[in-house]
Design a binder for this molecule. Sequence first.
Ligand code: UD1
Ligand code: CA
Length: 467
Amino acid sequence: MGAVSLAVVIMAAGKGTRLKSQRPKVLHEIGGKPLLTHVIAAAARIVAPADIFLVVGHQAERVEAAVAHMGVKFVLQAEQLGTGHAIQCAQGAIASYDDVLVLSGDVPLLRPETIELLRSFHRSEDAAMTILTAVPANPHGYGRVVRKGLESAEVEAIVEQKALAPGQEAWAEINTGIYGFRASALLNHLNELSNANHQGEYYLTDLARILSGAGERVVAVEALDAGEVLGANTIPELVALDAALRAQTAQRLMLHGVTIFRSETCVIDADVEVGPDTVIEPYVQLLGGTQIGSNCLIRSSTVIENSRLADNVLVRQSCVITDSVIETGAKIGPFAHLRPGSEIGEEAHVGNFVETKKAKLGKGAKANHLTYLGDAVVGAGSNIGAGVITCNYDGVNKHTTVIGEGAFVGSDSTLVAPISIGDGAYIGAGSCITREVPADALAVGRSRQVTKEGWAAARRTRQKREC
Ligand code: UD1
Ligand code: CA
C-alpha cells in the first residue's frame, strides 16, 4: 500500500452566537492566544501547513489576518449554513487527497497525539468515517454517538442535542466534532445532506447515518481524556478551557524546576518559558512571549508581558514590565513600571515608583526612587537620584538624554532633552539642566539659597502682638 495523502480541514466560519460577542468565536483567546491558533498548531504537527484548509466565513478577513503567519490555506464559506455545508465548500480543496481529517476551530485543547490516535484508528479500521468521541462529566449540548452495539466500534448515527428524545439526554458518549474521512466516501455522499432539522442547517454529523446506511464502515474511537476535546461555545466554557490550559502550563513549568506558589492565582500564557530554580509568587501574570531565566524571584502581583529576563533577576512586588529586557542580577521594584524598549543592564537597580520607557541602563546603574527615564541612555555605574526626571517630550517631538558612565545625578533634577552628561559628571540636587555637561564637571542649575537670620522668630513675635 502506498502512502496515504492526508488533508486537514478546520471549520472556523461560524459566528459563535452563544458567546454574545462582536469577535468571531475562533478568535476568542485561551492561554493568551486565539482558539484557532491552538488548533492549527496541533494540526501542523501532523501535516504540512500547505495541507491544512481553514474554512472561514463570518468576519473572514479578520480571521485570515489573525492566522496568516501560520501558512495554512483558506476556503470561503460565504454563508454559514452548517458544519456539513462548511465541508461542502471545501470539496474542491480535498478532492486530490486520500483521507481528510476534520477539526473544529472551537475545540482548542486537542493534542497532536490524539489526532494521531484518530488517524491510526481510522486507517486500521479502513473506515469511511471515524468519529472521535468522549465521555465527559456533563454531555449536555453535544451531539451523541449511537453505536450499533454496546461493545461495537461501528456507529449507526449521531443525534444532535436538540434532537434527543426524552430519556436520551442521559446518553453519555459525545461527538467531539473531530473526524477522519476517506475522501472518496465523503465526496460521494456530501451532497445528500439535508437541512430539515431543528436548526435548519446542513449537519456534518448526518453523514454518520448516511454513510452507515449506504453500507460504508462508520466507526468511533474514544479520546483518552475527555477534558481535551471540549468545545468553547459560551463564555463559561471558554473560561474553563483557559483555566485548564493555564493549569497545564503551570504544571509543565513546575516539572521543569520552576516553583509557582498558588499557581491557580497566576496567569501564565501558553508560550511562556521559565528556567529552573526560579520562584514565582502568587498573583503574578506572565504574558505573551515572556522568557525568564533561572534562579529569578518574581514577587506577588507583578505583570510581565513579552519581555526577556536573564538569570538571577529579582522583581519585587507589583511591577509592570512590557516589551523589555532585563539582564543578569538586576533588581526591579517594588512598584516599578518598565514600558516598551526598556533595557536594564546586569546588576542594575530600578527601584520603587520608577518609570522607564526606551531607556537603556548600563551595568550596575541605579535609579532607585521616584524617577522617570524616557528615551534615555544611562552609562554603567551611574547613579540617578530620587525624583530625577528626563524631560523627553517638547509637546511635538521626543528627544534623547545620554548620561555617561559613573555619573551622579542629584535628587530632584530635571534633564531637559536633548541633552548629554559626560562620564563621571556630577549634577547638584534640584538642578534644571538644559545644556551639555562635560565629563567630570559639576553642574548646578538652581537659584542660590537666601538665609535671613532670626526672621521666623521675629514673625512669631509680630503675630502674637496682633491678636
Ligand atoms: C458540533 C456538532 C456536535 C458536536 C460538537 C462538538 C454539528 C451539527 N454538531 O456542534 O455534534 O458534539 O460540534 O464540539 O456539527 N462552523 C462553520 N460553518 C458553519 C457552522 C459552523 O465553519 O456553517 C464551524 C464553527 O465555527 C465551529 C465548528 O464549525 O468552529 C462547530 O460549529 P458549532 O456551531 O460550534 O457546532 P456545535 O453546536 O458545537
Ligand atoms: Ca462548538
